[in-house]
Design a protein around this ligand. Structure first.
Ligand code: GDP
Length: 300
């Protein structure tokens, strides 16, 4: 069953522009009003969470494009979280590798990229900050693309993965282009551009979640959080079936002695991501990334 949904993550070294890119993706998808800055919105959503007593650690975001929902799962940029990286990458079907055009790929993103490639994810390369003076007329951008290619090969990318689509972006101005020759005309104001090429690439190149809507409900818990009102929260991607509020389901795990564990509980609350917020919903279906409450002993 194909869903109108894409689950992706953005792999980026800190400061290469992930927040700025997500901000403009949200704005241009019309999820938010133009005049608010991302900072305001992040604050807004944190206040809202505080009001509801929900604090969710992973800053997942969702963006609606037409009738498709793109979930952007937050990824730690560095290698300190071995198991966490694999779990997070298990929630997505593809990734954006965002690289500062002046700095090039930095070693800290290698680990996450390697894990993404090993999971078979298709990766879109976004060369960001193409407006930086170091990149103009210096051949630097092509150099960075070549470095990225070498890195993919070194990390064991398949032929298809190494043949990655590329966009050249100036996130801070909210645009990107697939044609390197367009960078100067856009920067000089002779051509107009926005982030549509990246939206299109995500929709075309990243596959929708492959899931079974009609199977039994199954969700792989990838992260945990806590709410003062509803208690412990399990965050993850639903791999099959549908769950509704009030339904009785089981947590399956492993006991300390290695025996299988099966613990029944009723779903008290369900949430999904809308923009930067977590919103309550009545049902959560296969392919979606969401949050389940109702058990105090959730574990990853
Ligand atoms: P993050 O740490 O990856 O989330 O990076 P931010 O989005 O916070 O951006 C880091 C810095 O780079 C900020 O000062 C941004 O304004 C700046 N920045 C982001 N995108 C661009 C760009 O396209 N061009 C330039 N010149 N600066 C950018």
């Amino acid at each position: 069953m194909e869903m109108n949904r894409r689950n992706i993550c953005i792999i980026a070294h800190v400061d290469h522009g992930k927040t700025t890119l997500v901000d403009y993706l949200l704005r241009q998808a019309g999820t938010f009003q133009e005049h608010q800055s991302l900072q305001d919105r992040v604050m807004d959503s944190m206040d809202l969470e505080r009001e509801r007593g929900i604090t969710i650690l992973a800053k997942n975001t969702s963006i609606h494009v037409g009738d498709t929902k793109i979930n952007v799962v937050d990824t730690p940029g560095h290698a300190d979280f071995g198991g966490e990286v694999e779990r997070i990458l298990g929630m997505v079907d593809g990734a954006i590798l965002l690289i500062d055009a002046a700095e090039g790929p930095l070693p800290q993103t290698r680990f996450v990229l390697q894990k993404a490639l090993a999971q078979g994810h298709k990766v879109i390369l976004v060369v960001n900050k193409v407006d930086r003076p170091e990149c103009r007329g210096t051949g630097r951008i092509q150099e960075v693309v070549n470095m990225a290619f070498d890195l993919f090969i070194e990390l064991g990318a398949s032929e298809e993965q190494a043949n990655f689509p590329i966009v050249y972006a100036c996130s801070r101005q909210g645009w990107c282009t697939m044609d390197e020759a367009d960078i100067d005309p856009i920067l000089e104001g002779k051509k107009k551009a926005d982030l549509k090429p990246l939206f299109d690439l995500i929709l075309e190149q990243i596959p929708p979640p492959r899931v079974k809507l009609d199977g039994d409900f199954q969700m792989l818990v990838s992260n945990l959080s806590y709410s003062d009102y509803v208690g412990r929260l399990a965050i993850g991607r639903v791999s099959s079936g549908v769950v509704r509020k009030g339904t009785r389901i089981f947590r399956q795990g492993i006991k300390p002695d290695g025996q299988p564990l099966k613990e029944g509980f009723s779903v008290s609350e369900l949430f999904t991501y809308e923009g930067l917020k977590q919103v309550p919903i009545d049902q959560l279906e296969a392919g979606e990334i969401g949050i389940v409450a109702g058990l105090e002993t959730f574990e990853i």
